[in-house]
Design a protein around this ligand. Sequence first.
Ligand code: 1HE
Length: 267
Amino acid sequence: MTQKESPLPIKLPRSLVATRRGEIAILRLARPEKRNALDDTTILGMEAFFTALPDAIKAVVIHGAGEHFSAGLDLSALTEADVAEGVQHSRMWHRVFDRIEFGKVPVVAVLHGAVVGGGLELAAAAHVRVAEVSAYYALPEGTRGIFLGGGGTVRLPKLIGTTRVMELMLTGHTYSAEEGQALGLSHYLVESGAGLAKALELAGRIAQNAPLTNFAVMHVLPRIAESDPASGYLTEALMAAIAQGSEEAKTRLKDFLEKRGKKVLRG
Ligand code: 1HE
């Protein structure tokens, strides 16, 4: 972590803080007094952040200030909403989380403390998840008389299967960080306080990849995975040809063959 952290000049609400370390942008949920509960201002601020990311940024790290990643939807926002407003509200979350998942650059989320409800839906929109041992996961929507509304019905079954999402919602079950790691909610499990450093290390590696490969991983791979196999193989062949035809790929392949490229390392 040699790069110094400096402010990233994107206009954001007080509940969000953006900084950068070289090619990596860091977005901090900064409403710890409300356990980083996500109100409309914060969700729209995330949209502003992901829309305004400078081209020089190659990866993003999201983390939460205080003891928790996020307590999910700000429940005080729901008490007055009617049905039509509820639909629009959920669609707004979809739009913003889509911008994260299918945005310009890969996103690494650092999870600690409560990662619940909409907080878990936000985590699921990231591409890589690093959990600290303090993390725990729940979907308290069932208890609250509401439902997932931030894309969780689509994204979470891909991570842990429909049956586990059903069970989490029906019983109010909480998974520990270790259980979440075993189930696939996180990719890495680290000690308390070590998540941000690990996420920055991973984001640094991601930032070294060819941008076209990162684009293909984020935008093409998940579409192929959901298409019929014949269309998938064809799209894969097209994407592979586009990627390997690029100047960047040619240079990187030559570098390896002439002993300048990185070797695959264990661990
Ligand atoms: C909140 C929220 C919130 C805390 N909306 N204000 N999410 C939930 O059902 C989780 C609700 N929160 C909790 O269960 C607990 O707050 C925590 C386990 C996350 C943390 O407990 P703790 O003891 O550290 O904090 P606290 O004392 O409960 O909360 C501190 C303050 O944050 C308090 O406000 P204060 O003014 O009394 O100080 C809480 O009211 C406030 N707070 N969580 C609003 N979520 C797109 S659909 C997604 C649907 C969902 O996300 S449903 C799940 C909602």
